[in-house]
Design a protein around this ligand. Structure first.
Ligand code: 28G
Length: 651
């Protein structure tokens, strides 16, 4: 484009009809970015980064820099070809303007071999524009610097123009999220860093840089061994058996990569999968292929080498105990089939034999070359198998009525629920005897059971399973839940459909939550993956009319709803600030925190395995001050944005 042409008049006419699309995004942001909480806010960054990642994945550029600025804006720069600036024939508008203001422009342009973007099919740029106060873009292309700017949800503010010359190439996008649309506009270092690190594991040739000008911190992520380094970090707090096994097949149109390692004293199966560099939370054909390939390779090798007999074949479960594995496939768009729009599960049938064979062949070869490791691994699998069989027998004995004393052993602490409809029963694990007492009085006796805890629970990360089992608090929890522990935990046997942790909303309470979650994560992980573990949310305030404190009052869970409550009560209000559960009487505790109709629960979820493992070192280490600092900085009481938790209202 010649730099002396003024295109302003051309834009105005078209601009008017573009706006309804942008308006639609602003009216229902959740449809495009999931939610308008912290997660949705960060989604804006992921969308822009994805565009740079796509460009790099197609072979253009190798460095993506994200900068968090002091004014609350974020910029992303890549060194690809630069977004096209040529004039689009039908509309007469520059391509870049269409890309940033039209929905579905992504679909039309989709000629990319390995599109990585998760859900938005190339409309991410438009979504970010619609949800921003301003977007400022510089494109470095053909020796020129092109500039274009949008304001107030995508209105063209400065038409595309050449503003200088340059020797570099690439794209620099800077945007300020519209604070009126988000519950928070605070970008978090840790969230962005983890995302970029995850991208870097999956894209070996690209360097990701994060610069936070607010806290003067910079970090680079670049991993030449890709998934092997990912597994190393996931296993950093564990006891590995043997080295990390890593296979790559980059030669064909379907690219496959797997890294795995087994660890002692870990009773979980930790398998994570990615399709086109995006996590597939619900697995699919690539995960199934990985599992099948591993089971077949381990059994075949063991039998061929007379380590086990044909009739003693190992089950997949036994082989996968303590396994950490990451599988990544990159498939051309037309071969990437998903169960639904959310792309959480890959269903491409053609992939199954490819992955199975890839894993089988390579692992069999690896075992043959590492005989000592292979034998150790098979011994470990056999031990898992025996433990599982022993547990099954013990359970049968218990069912036959020989061990009916369980209730008696725990009854002095537990106030049990009357119903035997286990799925609808709830176990409240409560901090302190006094709150436990109120909870017992206020509960729904049919479905709610109360187990009070005395003091801080044991840190189960720093002790053996044997030590943990000797701990009275955990022994009681295990017996109460009634579904076994560790490798022998069977979620189907749980006596409760919900396990609800109820603590004071202070740092000690947060620490107790973390210690209990650590236990559940280590020894009853399926409770978490099945979404059965929750955190109760006691209110922080009660606002009342001074002249009539018993009649008119409103509870508030945060400072925002406190302000609303003050307004609703009107002049002459008084405020009770609850410092702990103990300050509420039984009725108040029941009404605000336990009653299904009026309470709020946070559902505990494991969103990102990287976050969990990293936090374990800070939160479970011996340095209490590190932990306290982390809790104070990161846990905002009763906010949606916490440790490994997410909100679901009314459970
Ligand atoms: C810095 C933050 C985010 C991007 C490109 C490069 C091209 C492009 C982006 O094209 C539509 C599809 C193919 C023409 C493609 C440049 C081909 C030739 C590109 C980014 C129209 C989009 N030259 N770099 N989009 N193409 N970086 N980084 O957004 O047919 S988006």
């Amino acid at each position: 484009m010649p730099d002396n042409v003024n295109l302003t008049s051309q834009y105005n006419a078209d601009n008017i009809e573009l706006l309804p699309e942008l308006e639609g995004i602003r009216k229902r942001p959740g449809m495009y970015i999931g939610a308008t909480n912290s997660g949705g806010l960060h989604h804006l960054i992921w969308e822009i980064v994805d565009n740079g990642v796509d460009e790099a994945a197609n072979g253009y550029g190798s460095r993506i820099t994200v900068t968090l600025h002091k004014d609350g804006s974020c910029s992303v720069e890549d060194d690809g070809r630069g977004i096209p600036v040529d004039i689009h024939k039908q509309t007469g508008l520059p391509a870049i303007q269409i890309i940033y203001t039209r929905l579905h422009s992504g679909g039309k342009f989709s000629d990319k071999a390995y599109q990585t973007s998760a859900g938005l099919h190339g409309v991410g740029a438009t979504v970010v524009n619609a949800l921003s106060k301003w977007v400022d873009i510089n494109v470095f292309r053909d020796g020129n610097i092109y500039h274009i700017r949008f304001e107030n949800g995508g209105h063209l503010a400065t038409p595309l123009e050449v503003v200088g010359t340059t020797r570099k190439r690439g794209t620099l996008v800077r945007f300020l999220p519209d604070e009126s649309l988000f519950s928070t506009t605070d970008f978090k270092w840790e969230t962005v860093a983890n995302h970029l690190q995850e991208e870097a594991f999956l894209l070996k040739n690209v360097t990701f840089v994060l610069i936070d000008e607010r806290i003067k911190k910079t970090e680079e992520f670049h991993y030449e061994s890709g998934l092997a380094e990912y597994v190393a970090i996931l296993d950093q707090n564990k006891e590995p058996i043997g080295e990390i096994v890593h296979f790559v097949d980059d030669a064909n149109h379907v690219k496959m990569e797997v890294a795995m390692q087994w660890c002692a004293k870990d009773y979980n199966e930790n398998v994570y999968s990615y399709a086109n560099a995006v996590r597939t939370h619900d697995g699919g054909t690539h995960e199934t292929g990985l599992r099948t390939g591993i089971t077949k390779a381990v059994n075949d090798w063991a039998i061929q080498n007379d380590v086990i007999r044909e009739k003693d074949k190992l089950e997949g479960n036994d082989i996968r105990e303590g396994l950490t594995a990451v599988v990544s496939v990159k498939v051309p768009e037309n071969l990437a089939l998903y169960e639904s729009q959310t792309k959480q599960k890959l269903t491409s049938p053609d992939l199954l034999p490819l992955i199975t064979d890839f894993v089988y062949t390579n692992l069999l070869h690896f075992l043959a070359e590492h005989k000592e490791f292979a034998v150790d691994l098979i011994r470990k699998c056999q031990a898992s198998k025996s433990a599982r069989e022993a547990a099954r027998k013990a359970k049968e004995v218990a069912r036959n009525g020989k061990a009916k004393k369980v209730d008696a052993i725990i009854s002095d602490k537990l106030a049990s629920a009357q119903s035997k409809d286990y799925k609808n029963n709830e176990l409240f694990i409560v901090e302190g005897d006094s709150a436990g007492g109120s909870a017992k009085t206020g509960r729904d006796r049919l479905h709610q059971a109360i187990l009070p805890l005395r003091g801080k629970p044991l840190n189960t990360d720093s002790v053996t399973m044997e030590r943990m089992l000797q701990n009275t608090e955990f022994a009681t929890i295990i017996q109460t839940i009634g579904a076994g522990v560790g490798a022998n935990f069977d979620v189907e046997d749980s006596h409760y459909g919900k396990i609800i942790i109820m603590t004071d909303a202070d740092t000690d309470g947060a620490h107790i939550q973390i210690l209990l979650l650590t236990f559940f994560y280590n020894y009853m992980k399926p409770l978490i993956t099945h979404g059965m573990v929750y955190i109760a949310c006691p209110p922080l305030y009660r606002v009342y009319k001074k002249s009539d404190p018993q009649h008119k009052f409103i509870y508030a869970w945060d400072d925002e709803s406190l302000e609303e409550a003050k307004k609703k009560i009107g002049p002459g209000y008084g405020i009770n600030r609850y410092k702990g559960l103990g300050e509420m009487n039984a009725d108040q505790l029941a009404a605000t925190t336990m009653n299904k109709a009026t309470r709020q629960l946070l559902q505990v979820r494991i969103e990102d395995p990287l976050v969990v493992e990293k936090r374990i070192s800070v939160l479970m280490g011996n340095d209490a001050s590190l932990r306290r600092i982390w809790i104070e900085e990161n846990i905002k009481f009763n906010e949606t944005d916490r440790f490994i938790k997410e909100v679901t209202k009314n459970g």
